[in-house]
Design a binder for this molecule. Sequence first.
Ligand code: AMP
Length: 504
Amino acid sequence: MNANLFSRLFDDLDDVERLAIETTDGTRISYGELIARAGRMANLLVARGVKIGDRVAAQTEKSVEALVLYLAVVRAGAVYLPLNTAYTLHELDYFITDAEPSLVVCDPSKAEGIKAIAAKVSAHVETLGADGQGSLTEAAAKASSEFATVVRADDDLAAILYTSGTTGRSKGAMLTHDNLASNSLSLVGYWRFTDKDVLIHALPIYHTHGLFVASNVTLFARASMIFLNKFDPDLIIKLMARATVLMGVPTFYTRLLQSEALTKQATAHMRLFISGSAPLLADTHREWAARTGHAVLERYGMTETNMNTSNPYDGDRVPGAVGLALPGVSVRVTDPETGTELPRDQIGMIEVKGPNVFKGYWRMPEKTKSEFRDDGFFITGDLGKIDSKGYVHILGRGKDLVITGGFNVYPKEIESEIDAIKGVVESAVIGVPHADFGEGVTAVVVRDKGASVDEAAVLRALDGQIAKFKMPKKVIFVDDLPRNTMGKVQKNVLRDTYAEIYRK
Ligand code: AMP
């Protein structure tokens, strides 16, 4: 059997007429058409000199053609390397010189700047704009749609995704054909996807969530997706009348809740709301259930591992928990220093092992070695615990751990207490340099509009709930927490902003 992800996706397709993708301008693409377009594009890639194992870097706006490019790269046995559309030329220089692609595809507006960078690694440059037009599609249109999918083994690379890397250099996570195929197939079963499903696809496709979880799962299930270029709450609520599944980051859910149009009736046709990539507040979970009658299904994954855990389809979807280990995935919690496995309910480092876990960091053998245990478990960098029912709870990134006066403080524990205070929308707890304590626990809080909760009220509410050493030394109020495009709170930005507050 050809282990190429493309073959695993489409070799047994029985109905080429079936709808795969629709866009808001009325374009409808069948599975047969998608495969034909991927064939044309794959022929063009080969004609441009892309060889098996070569990297093809793409910084393109979301479009059907951009998805076709991904499928074609995989089909041709090359390695797809999507890049966040927000990256500047300065940042792209690092990715392109590090990955040494043989082809770079970019928006026409960036072609000049990118050509100068690509020249350093002798890469060819083609363009693809937000409207799907550019030198790439123009040339592909003339190519043959027949293409023999290149034979690949399970362990061969299909993609490299650079981690968002809030500290240090961004690392290229090497993902194999089997990493991607096995994880998507597992999710199809776990989330009960069928060919009747219609996914509202409003995520970017340069990240694991929108590219692999959303697109691969839909295509494996022979379901269809409605491709949206941006998050538009009114449109999404309208589409719920004929869609069945929404995959989102937590900010999707908080923003949808702000609309009065979100009702039980508006969501009656939907069968599943999935959230991931950042923590979904327990409050948001409850508010969503009260308003729509649906319990959001939260799952946990990362670029390096694909998806690790998910709340169950049928059992309890627990607010604030990321669910149970997926079939075939082993999850354990260890002492971060010694690596010894900890008993249930104890907080430590989350480690995972399974066919979903990546092959290593591109050209960083030492870094790869230091992030795997000898028995093959990957050290995720997330701190958390597994409860008595097997549900995993995430308590923050290891680097967000606050160490004050020699004691460890897990931000999530304090944040959950603060979030429960009336008048508080959400909070972020960070460690800020402090002469006496090393780090001072600092709470950054967003209030409801018009709420009068102040520092004294927050401290009063925490008093007696948490140990004295965990008490924030300062409570700062802000209008919004800084977030990246995947909805993750950027604690590094907060730490920089407030770095001086304990200096006299
Ligand atoms: P990324 O590689 O950009 O997908 O980021 C992965 C990180 O996002 C994980 O290591 C977690 O820290 C965080 N993450 C993903 N899903 C969740 C979730 N459901 N709850 C809390 N954190 C999450």
